[in-house]
Design a protein around this ligand. Structure first.
Ligand code: ZN
Length: 111
């Protein structure tokens, strides 16, 4: 005797796997203030140079520049209310790879 569960009967299509996001510190800014981070989303990796800048309004400020492209973003990270970035992703979603990447590295004690 078997008892079907709701999961067996749902018929929902499998949830597509979300691309894996990770960030790693390629070059520590400890020596001369210039660091390099690598943000990986799925199979794509982007490298960014980061420089911390003084921030008087809460959180920590960074200038982040994607290597090979001209776009420079100013990013602020800290408490949720102190997180902001100039990129379109942040504008639309309220978070972005720059903020998440820097937060992750700070949480790991690498920045
Ligand atoms: Zn951003």
């Amino acid at each position: 005797m078997s008892t079907p569960t709701s999961a067996d009967l749902s018929g929902d299509p499998p949830v597509p796997e979300r691309p894996k996001r990770s960030v790693r510190l390629v070059r520590s800014p400890a020596e001369d203030g210039i660091g390099v981070i690598c943000v990986t989303l799925g199979h794509r990796s982007n490298y960014y140079t980061i420089v911390e800048i003084p921030c008087q309004i809460g959180g920590r400020g960074f200038v982040i520049h994607r290597l090979g492209l001209g776009t420079v973003y100013h990013v602020r990270v800290g408490q949720p209310a102190d997180c902001e970035c100039e990129c379109k992703g942040f504008l639309y979603h309220g978070y972005c790879r720059h903020v998440l990447g820097l937060l992750a590295l700070i949480r790991q004690g690498k920045l």
